[in-house]
Design a protein around this ligand. Structure first.
Ligand SMILES: *Cc1c(COP(=O)(O)O)cnc(C)c1O
Length: 710
């Protein structure tokens, strides 16, 4: 279900980049003199491989923070490809006399780890080492530091590459690099070259909205021109030992990538595969074209005419790669479904991100202009999984989040969330430094708490909570003086002030009167503070029901939780504003066993269910440890199988439950079971189920077990 971002610009350029690499190895402009060839193959084409690294970094690193699975998959995948192409090129190695060389073993190790057994294959080990190195630094430090460190490595690489002439002259430089070159033929490898591009790719993934098209295009133009100048000078002074690395290659690759991100549309995943195949296969094609030309005595046309040679190699490489990709697609191993495979084996949460986006739009429609949506993603985004929800919300333009605890806030930061994050609940003041480090805003529970936090001596951003009648957290709204003091604390940077309504979800007259009183108290305080000369910060009052029942308020934020996830708390709730909200989460499982029951036989613990007729029952591997409430035992709950409702029979166990499918038509083992999901009235929606066991959707969803999420 996870939606893949679509960057056709990146996908298309990958193919162009691969063709640039072909140019490096065929020198199409050679017949017109050396300058054109130098500019094309030694300068312009040098953006190709960094671009590949950045693409991998872009799609991978931003998710590394969560876990290492993607990295492990990337490394395995790359190693597998590496193994296959090594085998593919073995005949070439044999032909070249590779295995006759002296000191075969150490050279073989060196080639496998750094240089590649055929010259262009260095790219694959460099990807693996580069990805792991980049990942390590991003995890260990933050992005700016990781960029600095890997740029440092790149600098070391530069002096072993196109600035070698300078390093040679420096004391110790020559011996240092001589030592390096014993380990790896070039510094253009996984240690010095690749990591910085992986980190930059990841960095862009998390901040990509920040450079507009014009800035990126200008940045690219300028840095490309500078790189060209740089290359010319180096060539002029004869400093280059090799010509893969330039100082201005870094900004050049960065801005190029930014620029391509602006191309939106349908994803071209096949082009990615194709470009990799072209990269890997083109040397083979070069050999074949040469052999073919020799056989037919066409060397004059096919080889010596460098343009024809290049075009022939390109066409054959692309054609061959398309054929290979087709074969792979047909006969290669395929994953059945994306992402959730492991948990999909049993009971799993399915998230509908389109519905989430839809709900964001609906809520925004009800909000006054100038008011921002603060997405409440506490408790794993109400059980939906905070990583997937928060990263997607940020991509859809949400810039403010709220959580319940500091650790939830820190987790959002490690997921790469950049928007503001407000902690709604208590945080031990001893953790003030972490609040600052992760740029989290703390709710001030009352004045004494604020003072204690202030005493930590760390500058912390905060929102003041005002108690207007809920009597949970907050400084009393009548205590104007105390509230004012909070604004004056030296280390507290008050960014907001808010209150919470205690019965915004009810429309009985008394409740409405109470809510209005709360709202009046809040604004009375705001006015008094204003009179006292306090600069009024951002204000917010409404949660989901606050917005739906008091849409007329003009606040700076709406703190929406449950509505964002497309369900109401209870089935009987009524609202002033009617929005088309759609449920985001489904809890699904499958039928693992079907059995027949004779009249009079019992099911489950305590023999609570006795068949009143000959029955068919299905076992579902989901229980209260997965978050399916035990309160839904014995017919209170029902599940949907193939659009029929099947009642839960007997007691819900920790890990499984039984349903009666006698009337549910032709259910079979393996059929999907919807435990929670669908619209209200369909029998398995969160509000209905919650209502039937004396709770609300919020509790039902937020208590989903950890084992149902991937
Ligand atoms: C949880 C919470 C919210 C979100 O409430 P919903 O009813 O889920 O929208 C808003 N404000 C505060 C203070 C909360 O604790």
């Amino acid at each position: 279900m996870q939606q893949k971002e679509m960057y056709p610009g990146i996908d298309c350029f990958r193919l162009w980049a691969a063709l640039l690499v072909v140019a490096i190895h065929t020198s199409p402009l050679a017949m017109f003199g050396s300058m054109g060839d130098f500019i094309l193959t030694r300068v312009a084409a040098r953006v190709a491989v960094p671009f590949f690294f950045m693409t991998s970094g872009f799609f991978l690193i931003s998710h590394y923070a969560e876990n290492a699975n993607r990295l492990v998959r990337f490394v395995k995948h790359t190693c597998l490809i590496y193994g296959l192409v090594i085998v593919l090129y073995l005949p070439v190695n044999v032909y070249n006399g590779y295995f006759q060389m002296e000191q075969l073993a150490p050279n073989l190790v060196k080639d496998l780890v750094f240089d590649g057994t055929v010259y262009h294959l260095w790219y694959l080990p460099a990807s693996v080492i580069g990805a792991v190195t980049a990942w390590y630094f991003v995890r260990r430090f933050d992005y700016p530091k990781a960029v600095l460190i890997t740029a440092g490595l790149y600098a070391i690489g530069l002096f072993g590459d196109s600035y070698y002439g300078l390093a040679e002259g420096v004391w110790g430089g020559e011996s240092f690099y001589r030592f390096l070159f014993q380990l790896s033929d070039h510094t253009r490898n996984g240690v010095f070259f690749a990591p910085v591009f992986f980190v930059l790719g990841g960095f862009i993934a998390e901040s990509r909205r920040e450079t507009d098209l014009f800035t990126s295009a200008r940045g690219f133009g300028v840095s490309f021109a500078l790189m060209l100048g740089e290359a010319m000078c180096l060539r002029c002074f004869g400093l280059q030992r090799h010509d893969s690395m330039y100082v201005f290659l870094l900004p050049c690759a960065y801005f190029l990538f930014q620029m391509l991100l602006h191309v939106r549309g349908k994803r071209r995943k096949r082009l990615r595969t194709l470009s990799l195949l072209v990269y890997l296969l083109h040397p083979m094609v070069i050999i074949l074209v040469r052999l073919f030309a020799k056989g037919l005595h066409l060397q004059g046309l096919l080889v010596e005419n460098s343009v024809v040679h290049y075009v022939a190699v390109c066409l054959l490489s692309v054609g061959g790669s398309m054929a290979a990709a087709g074969v792979w697609e047909r006969y290669g191993p395929h994953r059945k479904d994306g992402g959730n495979r492991r948990s999909g084996d049993r009971t799993y949460v399915e998230i509908n991100l389109q519905n989430l986006e839809h709900n964001v739009r609906e809520l925004r429609r009800a909000m006054p202009s100038g008011c921002r949506l603060m997405a409440v993603v506490k408790a794993e985004a109400y059980g939906h999984g905070s990583f997937e929800i928060a990263t997607h919300l940020e991509r859809s333009g949400v810039r403010a989040f709220a959580v319940a605890t500091i650790d939830e806030g820190i987790r959002l930061r490690t997921y790469g969330i950049r928007g503001e994050i407000l902690i709604l609940g208590y945080t031990d003041v001893g953790r003030a430094a972490e609040l600052k480090k992760f740029d989290l805003m703390q709710t001030l529970l009352d004045r004494s708490y604020a003072e204690e936090l202030d005493r930590q001596g760390v500058r912390v951003k905060a929102h003041i909570k005002i108690d207007t009648g809920m009597h949970r957290l907050g400084e009393l709204s009548v205590e104007t003086g105390r509230v004012k003091q909070m604004f004056e604390l030296e280390h507290i940077d008050v960014r907001g002030m808010f209150t919470h309504l205690s019965c915004a979800d009810r429309l009985e007259e008394e409740d409405v009167a109470f809510s209005k009183k709360q709202i009046d108290r809040f604004y009375a305080l705001v006015n008094e503070l204003r009179v006292e000369g306090v600069r009024i910060p951002k204000l917010h009052i409404q949660s989901s029901y606050g917005l739906l029942n008091y849409p007329e308020l003009r606040c700076d934020y709406v703190r929406a939780g449950i509505a964002l996830f497309g369900v109401f708390s209870s089935p009987e709730d009524d609202m002033i504003v009617h929005l088309d909200l759609r449920p985001v989460l489904s809890l699904k499982s499958k039928v693992v066993l079907i059995r027949s029951l004779k009249k009079g036989e019992c099911v489950g613990y305590g023999r609570e269910f006795t068949a009143e007729r000959d029955s068919r029952i299905a076992m579902v591997p989901a229980g209260y440890a997965d978050g399916y409430p035990r309160g839904l035992s014995c017919g209170k709950g029902s599940v949907r199988i193939n659009d029929c409702l099947a009642p839960v029979i007997g007691r819900v166990c920790m890990d499984q439950l039984a349903v009666d499918i006698t009337d549910a038509g032709g259910v079979e083992v393996g059929d999907t079971v919807v435990l929670i999901g669908g619209e209200m009235g369909e029998g398995a929606s969160a509000p209905e189920l919650a209502g039937r066991c004396g709770s609300i959707s919020n509790e039902l969803l937020s208590r989903l077990g950890t084992r149902v999420r991937a």
